[in-house]
Design a protein around this ligand. Structure first.
Ligand code: PGA
Length: 243
C-alpha cells in the first residue's frame, strides 16, 4: 500500500493560504506513489476542494455526531461531504482535551463520517504520563475498544502520542513499531481479516527530516502532519521523502 501523507492545518489558514494547496496540487502531489490529503479549517474547505482539483483530497478536522439538527455552530459529516470533502479526522487529542470528547463521542463521530460516505481518520495515543507508567498498550486498547465504528471499510487509524504532538519529540522507531503492531493486533481481533486492511498512520512532530525513517517502520502506512503541513514546501518535502 503506497504511503498516505495527511496534513492537518488545525486552526490555521486564511484565504491567502489556499495558494499553498494550489501549489501542492500543481506539484502533482498525490499523483505519485504517495497520496496527499489535507484537512484545512472548515472555512477553507470549499475553496480548497476547487484548487486541489482532485490531486489532493480535502477533508474536515471534526464532525458532529448527527447529520443535521439544532446544534448551533456545529458542522455535520453530511455538510463536509456536500462541500466536496472526502474524509474527516475524529478524536484528535486536541479535541479530546479541549472539548472533553470521550471514546463514545469519537465512535459516534466515526460512525457519522462513514454514514456520510467519508473516509474516517480516527486518532488515538497515550499521554506522557501514561507512557511513563508503562500503560501505552493498555491505553491504545481501551481507546480502540471504545471508539472503533462497526464498519472498518472506510477506516484509518492515526497513532499520535499526545506528548509528541507539536513538541519536536518522537518515540523511538522501535516504540512506533511496537505501538503499530499492537494496534494491528487489536484491529484484527475486532474486525477479523478486514483488520489487516485498515491503514495505520503515525502522527506527532513529523518533519521532512524524520519522515523517511518513520515511513519505513513496519505497519506505518503513512503520516499525519500538523505544523509541517502548513506550507507546500514543507509538506511536498515529506511526500518526496526517500523511501
Ligand atoms: P504536529 O501535529 O505534526 O504539529 O506534531 C500532528 C497532529 O496533531 O496531527
Amino acid at each position: 500500500m503506497p504511503a498516505l501523507i495527511v496534513g492537518n492545518w488545525k486552526m490555521n489558514g486564511l484565504g491567502d493560504d489556499i495558494a499553498e494547496i494550489a501549489q501542492m496540487a500543481a506539484a502533482g502531489a498525490g499523483n505519485g506513489a504517495r497520496s496527499l490529503w489535507i484537512a484545512p479549517p472548515f472555512t477553507l474547505i470549499d475553496r480548497s476542494v476547487i484548487v486541489a482539483a482532485g490531486a489532493v483530497k480535502i477533508g474536515g478536522q471534526d464532525c458532529h455526531v448527527k447529520q443535521s439538527g439544532a446544534h448551533t455552530g456545529c458542522v455535520s459529516a453530511a455538510m463536509l461531504a456536500d462541500l466536496g470533502a472526502g474524509f474527516v479526522i475524529v478524536g484528535h487529542s486536541e479535541r479530546r482535551r479541549d472539548k472533553a470528547e470521550s471514546d463514545a463521542d469519537v465512535r459516534a463521530k466515526a460512525t457519522a463520517g462513514c454514514a456520510a460516505g467519508l473516509e474516517v481518520i480516527l486518532c488515538i495515543g497515550e499521554t506522557r504520563d501514561q507512557r511513563g507508567a508503562g500503560q501505552t498498550n493498555d491505553v491504545l486498547t481501551s481507546q480502540l475498544a471504545g471508539s472503533l465504528p462497526d464498519d472498518a471499510e472506510a477506516l484509518i487509524i492515526a497513532y499520535e502520542p499526545v506528548w509528541a504532538i507539536g513538541t519536536g519529540l518522537i518515540p523511538t522507531l522501535d516504540d512506533v513499531a511496537s505501538a503499530h503492531a499492537h494496534i494491528r493486533a487489536n484491529l484484527v481481533a475486532r474486525y477479523g481479516p478486514a483488520g489487516y486492511g485498515v491503514r495505520v498512520l503515525y502522527g506527532g512532530s513529523v518533519t521532512p527530516a524524520n519522515a523517511s525513517e518513520l515511513l519505513r517502520v513496519s505497519e506505518v502506512g503513512g503520516v499525519l502532519v500538523g505544523g509541517a503541513s502548513l506550507t507546500a514546501q514543507s509538506l511536498l518535502a515529506i511526500t518526496a521523502a526517500p523511501p
